[in-house]
Design a protein around this ligand. Structure first.
Ligand code: NAP
Length: 316
């Protein structure tokens, strides 16, 4: 029987899917330490791992003859795994694309609306007992309907956000990427990110974390944005240069921002937390019961397929 380590507590509905495998549950919510990752590579045939389990090249280098042959990632983003190093060690990596798309697009819309309509500020005002009542110029925000959204990375999630903006909010959709996409709704392609940033009311990132996308949103891009525009990041923290964003928000270079992910998460600089024109969520893109069960199901499907010798549904 193949031995599989589950690196984190999963929704209960996922565990029965692991039938036929010798499963070790690590019933913790914290990431694996490097020692735990090395031990797992030596002692298990497969590991169901997730965000925060930093399978970097040195971890693979430390285990000469890994017993582990598959790292089944719970999540679509796998920038915490050095896939080239895993492959060189004879380990396949899989992920869970698709299951996360709608929920993550919904969180992007949540952040867009919260930032544009100053919902975080409003809630803080009410909770602090400082609300003095409705008046015609109270907490005026940005009206989203009919405005222009810029999507950075028009993949699965980018397109789901674009569809919500186009069909739900009658917004003009523009996007930046490596090549134009064949879409069934109107959207203008930009090959220049600064040019896109300059003409949108909301800029939303939906690219994977990678060495190419690190600090894609930097001082130059933020400087190109309009003073009322909002930046939304649901991608990976280091896609946005956090220090440049703090500076842009402090100086009013942009109107506000909404973040689900952080460059050094879960650590947030005090300067970020102090900003009122910023909405902060704790990496909640996929956090619904249904979606987390689906993600678990996909991760287990990859493991089961691998050990049964079937084609891998989601190899990366
Ligand atoms: P996807 O379908 O692969 O889409 C990614 C898009 O980014 C693709 O259109 C891709 O372009 C583009 N891209 C990649 N590298 C680029 C580069 N260097 N320059 C410009 N564009 C680039 O992935 P997805 O399912 O939409 O997920 C996107 C990311 O969202 C994930 O990798 C993950 O990090 C993040 N995410 C976050 C949460 C959360 O909880 N906040 C949840 C789920 C996912 P091509 O079409 O040319 O390949």
């Amino acid at each position: 029987m193949k031995k599989v380590l589950i690196s984190r507590v999963l929704p209960e509905a996922v565990y029965p899917l692991l039938e036929g495998l010798d499963v070790t549950r690590r019933d913790q919510t914290s990431p694996l330490s490097k020692d735990e990752m090395r031990a797992a590579l030596g002692a298990f045939d497969g590991v169901l791992c997730t965000l925060g389990d930093q399978y970097s090249a040195d971890v693979f280098a430390d285990v000469a003859q890994p017993r582990c042959k598959i790292l089944a990632n719970f999540g679509v983003g796998y920038n915490h795994i050095d896939v080239a190093a895993a492959k060189a060690a004879g380990i396949v990596v899989t992920n869970t694309p698709g299951a996360v798309t709608d929920a993550t697009a919904d969180i992007a819309m949540t952040l867009m609306l919260m930032s544009a309509r100053r919902a975080g500020e409003g809630e803080r005002l009410v909770r602090a007992g400082k609300w003095e009542g409705w008046h015609p110029t109270q907490m005026l925000g940005l009206h989203l309907t009919g405005k222009t959204v810029g999507i950075v990375g028009m993949g699965r999630i980018g397109q789901a956000i674009a569809r919500r903006c186009h069909f739900g909010f009658d917004m003009n959709v523009r996007y930046y990427g490596r090549s134009p996409k064949d879409l069934d709704f109107e959207a203008a392609f930009h090959s220049d990110l600064n040019a896109l940033a300059a003409c949108v009311d909301v800029l939303v990132t939906a690219v994977p974390g990678s060495t190419e996308t690190r600090h894609m949103i930097n001082a130059q891009v933020l400087g190109a944005m309009q003073p009322h525009a909002r930046l939304i990041n649901i991608a990976r923290g280091d896609v946005v240069e956090e220090a440049a964003l703090i500076d842009a928000l402090q100086r009013g270079v942009i109107g506000g921002a909404g973040l689900d992910v952080y460059e050094f998460e879960p650590a947030l600089p005090e300067a970020l937390r102090a900003l009122d024109n910023l909405v902060l969520l704790p990496h909640m893109g996929t956090s619904t019961e249904e979606v987390r069960v689906d993600m678990g199901g996909m991760a287990v499907e990859n493991i089961q397929a691998f050990f049964r010798g079937n084609p891998l549904p989601n190899a990366v």
